[in-house]
Design a protein around this ligand. Sequence first.
Ligand code: ADP
Ligand code: MG
Length: 327
Amino acid sequence: EQLANQIAAGEVVERPAAVIKELVENAIDAGSTTIDITIEEGGLTLMRVVDNGYGIEASDILTAFQRHATSKISTSSDLFKIASLGFRGEALPSIAAVSRLSCTSADTDTGLARQIVIEGGNVTVNEPANAPQGTDMTVRDLFYNTPARLKYMKAIQTELGHISDYVNRIALAHPGVAFTFKHNGSTLLQTLGTGDRLQVIAAIYGTNTAKAMLAVEAESSDYELRGYISRPELTRANRNGITAIVNGRYIRSHAINQSLLQAYHTLLPINRFPLAVIELGMHPSLLDVNVHPSKMEVRFSKEAELRMLLEDAIRKVLGKQRYIPGP
Ligand code: ADP
Ligand code: MG
């Protein structure tokens, strides 16, 4: 069991950003409206995610750290229509196997809080606690017991970069959640949770950028599309500014990127890339999220329809624009 957890950990937890991703997605799945993320030293010494979600019932808290103990799928056919962000029940035991993890949670139903501490997979504390509704997951000393893994960690700035990139995108995906993100005591991101995505864009990319975004909206029989794309004069030198969100999940999709760029490049030089936040909604059965264990890359079963929708919508919005090459 311990070994299985360490093996799974290698897959789920490749670096601090992967831990943040799992903890934050659990917080979102728990219906949280505020999520506070605090890290130190690029996440290597401390990662803390505090949410105000529905919590984990005291009697279930140990179970949550057992392998495949997801509360999110009940039958195997559910696997085909996964709506919540988590579904494998592997994240928590994996993280707990390679760190010192403390979880304090108070659930909505009973209001009772409990804390457990797990160090390298061994439970060292399991007792009643005092805590507000929600969950506090604190992960210290990631990979302290797997030195070979630790050796592969890059500079603090690199690990911070990965975490920051993820936090920005999940905040873009969830404008209704108020996020704060702190590194070594300084606040790197704060969103208001008002549901206004432009406000999140402003918090990340600056107010001027947010003002210069164009709204896109379209729908076909199977897909709903909305989001923002940058005016031609705001394009960038690489494609990192593209954020795709599918059913509330920040994902990577070759199909979405290709369509977006195809539409852009009928107007723009091919060495310029848009800043774009594209959100798609669809029936979960049209979506295959099991392509990659980290749940990032997805496939669409009606890809041609999706690409057409996206390309048309973007061409239509950009059609009213003119590209003026910079000096
Ligand atoms: P999964 O998300 O795939 O279900 P995890 O290992 O990430 O698996 O989490 C295990 C279980 O712990 C979840 O199914 C959920 O019931 C519970 N849980 C984890 N984090 C939270 C949280 N922040 N708030 C409420 N419940 C949580
Ligand atoms: Mg999860």
